[in-house]
Design a protein around this ligand. Structure first.
Ligand code: C2O
Ligand code: CU
Ligand code: CU
Length: 532
């Protein structure tokens, strides 16, 4: 569906929008804000799955004592196969939406939250109007219809709210689900051996309520970091497993926390999938860095274990390179007891993520496949700007996280953010201002940024570490998994990363941003536009 057809389907704003597209925007506080719409279904769109997804506040018995106030997505199947969705067992997160490549899906999103919201389908290659750009946020009581064909590779994608400036708190309150495009790979663990692991950190007060950093500028600067790890929405989870081989679909659904994942039984982490589906072949790592927004599929064989054995999935200690002022080094750490964060929650501390207890001597051992899928490499020589890649500097300017000195404007697109349809490009992302910002003092405010682009999957071609502190690099260097297709990658302080992208199928405006959700909410987000 192109933009014109789409606007015809809108019930509000239809008169102006179709005649004068530019009049569909009104101005508030100097920034353009589109008129919100409530849209109707397309009659000739025949979905394989038609669901209603309602975002609503609710309360939940998470701990003994007081119930916890949260937000949740409630799913109702209107038509299609029951297998198209599933609840995350015992969790307020989710649901899991399961589709197959080529299927058409309609999602009627209903907003019952106190504030505006919009659903973003993280990782999917779909038209801009379907992607959950903040300009399409709807108010309480309104409905937005998503209709799209799933053309992504099989893989583990996800969905979450994306309203301007309040994505962090809405995700934090419980809104996140998986969008799985299924493969028919018989050589991989399936059914009960195919297990999602959504990793999030949270903080609760004495009455079991979620604590967030609202109205705390220094806290927002660093991003929210909690003192408790929840897996699939459960605090202190233990998974009972059998002596079988498992496929774990791991999503870092945290606002700001970066994980350095490792097994405590001394085995390597065997990665079989990334953001955009299965790798060409399995990759073994002593540990795996997983930044907010990223997914990794991990192969784990418990078949050699005795019943009763407990194996921990851990996050190991690392130096995240955060520096929050003059003197550089670890100033962020030094300040964390006071201004920044309570002690013991910093990025880079070690903790247990989940316990896997072998309780049953049964199940299925599988052999690790030698090859998993076909990845067609994009040829760097095809890039129209291979001699002169676009550069995106992620840094701090006057206590504000920026990209090339700019913050988010709802429909703002700079010349350096316009790309041509059906072209291949190289983009380079640089953590640091390279002398373009406010000089020494500001340049020393550095943090890791998980960089994410909407609308497509890309390939990582280079990680340049020449500007990095040695101690920082040494503590993370074996954990980068840059094979396959990606939509999010970790950009450490001083690091430069080059990616290859192909702009295909859809014209229009998509966002790219830091997936540290507090940075995103502060405006470390911009639009890029695919034009003719
Ligand atoms: Cu998962 Cu724009 O984000
Ligand atoms: Cu996204
Ligand atoms: Cu950031």
């Amino acid at each position: 569906m192109n933009r014109k057809q789409f606007l015809k389907n809108s019930t509000k704003g239809v008169a102006f929008a179709t005649l004068f597209p530019s009049l569909a925007f009104c101005t508030t506080n100097g920034k353009q804000k589109p008129i919100p719409g409530s849209y109707s279904i397309t009659q000739n769109f025949e979905p394989d799955t038609d669901i209603e997804l309602t975002a609503t506040p609710t309360e939940l018995q998470l701990f003994t004592g007081n119930k916890t106030n949260i937000y949740t997505y409630q799913l109702k199947l209107i038509s299609g196969d029951n297998a198209a969705h599933e609840k995350l067992p015992g969790s307020y997160l989710g649901p899991i939406i399961r589709v197959k490549q080529g299927q058409k899906i309609r999602i009627r999103f209903k907003n019952q939250l106190p504030r505006e919201s919009v659903v973003h389908w993280h990782g999917l290659h779909i038209p801009p109007e379907m992607d959950g750009h903040p300009m399409y946020a709807i108010e309480n009581g309104e409905q937005y219809i998503y209709e799209f064909e799933v053309n992504n590779r099989p893989g583990t994608y996800w969905f979450h709210p994306h309203p301007d400036k309040i994505t962090g708190p809405q995700v934090y309150q419980g809104l996140a689900g998986l969008f799985i495009v299924e493969d028919n790979n018989s050589g991989l663990p399936s059914g009960e051996y195919d297990v999602p692991l959504i990793l999030q950190d949270r903080m609760f007060d004495n009455s079991n309520q979620l604590v967030y950093l609202q109205n705390n500028q220094m806290g927002q600067m660093q991003g929210f970091l909690g003192n408790r790890i929840l897996v699939n929405g459960n605090p202190d989870i233990t998974f009972n497993v059998s002596t079988s081989t498992y496929r774990f679909r791991v999503l870092n659904g945290s606002n700001s926390r970066i994980y350095k994942l490792a097994w405590d039984d001394g085995e390597d982490v065997i990665v079989i999938g990334a953001d955009g589906g299965l790798l060409e072949k399995p990759v073994k790592k002593p540990y795996l860095m997983l930044a907010p927004g990223q997914r990794a599929e991990i192969w784990k064989d418990f078949s050699g274990q005795n019943t009763g054995t407990e194996i921990q999935l851990q996050s190991l200690a690392f130096n995240d390179g955060t520096s929050m002022g003059m003197g550089g080094g670890m100033m962020g750490r030094g300040m964390s007891g006071g201004m920044m964060q309570p002690d013991g929650v910093e990025n880079g501390i070690a903790f247990n993520v989940a316990t896997f207890k072998v309780t049953e001597n049964s199940g299925k051992k599988m052999e690790l496949p030698v090859s998993l899928s076909t990845i067609t490499p994009i040829n760097p020589a095809d890039a129209v700007n291979s001699a002169n890649p676009r550069q995106f500097y992620f840094y701090n300017q006057r206590m504000q996280w920026v990209i090339n000195g700019e913050t988010f404007g709802m429909t703002e697109v700079a010349d350096w953010e316009k790309v041509k349809l059906n072209t291949t490009e190289i983009w380079e992302f640089i953590n640091g201002d390279n002398g373009r910002g406010m000089g020494m003092m500001q340049d020393m405010m550095r943090m890791p940024h998980p960089v994410h682009l909407h609308g497509l999957q890309f390939q990582i071609i280079e990680r340049n570490i020449s500007g990095m502190q040695r101690t920082v690099w040494e503590s993370v260097k074996d954990g980068f998994m840059d094979d396959g297709w990606q939509d999010t990658f970790l950009l450490m302080p001083g690091m430069k990363v080059k990616i290859l992208l192909k702009f295909e199928d859809f014209k229009g405006i998509y966002v790219y941003h830091c997936h540290n959700l507090e940075h995103e909410d502060m405006g470390m987000m911009r639009n890029y536009e695919v034009i003719d």
